[in-house]
Design a binder for this molecule. Sequence first.
Ligand code: NI
Length: 398
Amino acid sequence: MTALANRLSDLLKELEPQMVAWRRHLHQYPELSFQEEKTPAMIAGLLREWGMDEVRTGVGGRGVVATLRGGAPGPTVAIRADFDALPIQDQKDVPYRSKVPGVMHACGHDAHTAELLGLAAVLARHREEIPGSIRFIFQHAEEELPGGAVAMVEDGAVDGVDAIFGAHLWSMAPVGRVWIGAGPIMANADDFVIEVKGKGGHGAIPQETVDSIVIGAQIVTNLQTIASRNVSPLDSVVVTIGTFHAGDNANVIADSCRMTGTVRTFLPHVRDRAEQRLKEIAEGVAGMLGGSAEVTYLRGYPAVINTEAEAEIAREAAIAACGEAHVERMQPLMGGEDFSYYLEKVPGAFLFVGAGNPEKGAVWPHHHPRFDLDERAMLIAGEVLGRAALSWLSRHRP
Ligand code: NI
């Protein structure tokens, strides 16, 4: 008999109509981060129906975790999918568009869920052939800080897990291709607020004021030296000011100004250095010019760092599924993902699966009101993740 891994493609293909139906159902009834109710209930119902050994709900809040014990004792590999939606109005003209005003699956987490459900259904039917256990992790609230992963990890989602794999579908890359890399592949994603206080007054009498806009402008300019002067040219850092608000009148000197922004880095010491310099520069510049600045720095998701061995297993799985010509080395992205919290506990790899296709209208970026994806990408992602998990188990057999 052919090894289970090599039959995954056919087994998932048989389930394709069902996977598409799950995805489109979730697409029509999206739920916001930390407010998911029907989605985890549907997932848990199906997992129980398939006879998983343990199905836990409410994990870390709203997550669902199930374990499938295979026919032979062995280690445990986890596979994770997220299931939350975004506060965006769906503007697509398709029969499965969102029925919930202002809420939309605009990042493809509906498809992540459907693909992992499909894989779980297939593996449950062929559990005798699995040399160990598979943990299915369905995670709530990936889109909103502090994210669902950190609480799920605290609540034991990866206790007893030896390795973990996950994937994100990607509409900006063609369906049929996979990107995988070792080491840091997604960034530490931090936000900050800078409140500058000066002293307001008449626009024609500056000598009696402390101009918060002049201070703010100097801060923006000087923050550029974090990347150019404080961090090694070989390391990555982005400091972006996204908003700058001050003043109401052309002839009034504003007494305060408020800026918000984001800092993206890969390495912990670069993250620490950027945070420290951001505070020193804002406070120092404001003080030098007679005002003051208060910095609130909010650490977001840590960097996603794939372990070498697991990234290689995932790469081989992708090659087996798609052919070597369709598997590429991933360049790190400066975006954030809370898959990082699982990787802080266990080795593993996170990969990207192309889901774009102009013929199916899947040409819009993630978080766009017309976002859609080529649903065939679910079969590819399901197969790659399934192959990676099975391959990891058979290589680590006791
Ligand atoms: Ni996403």
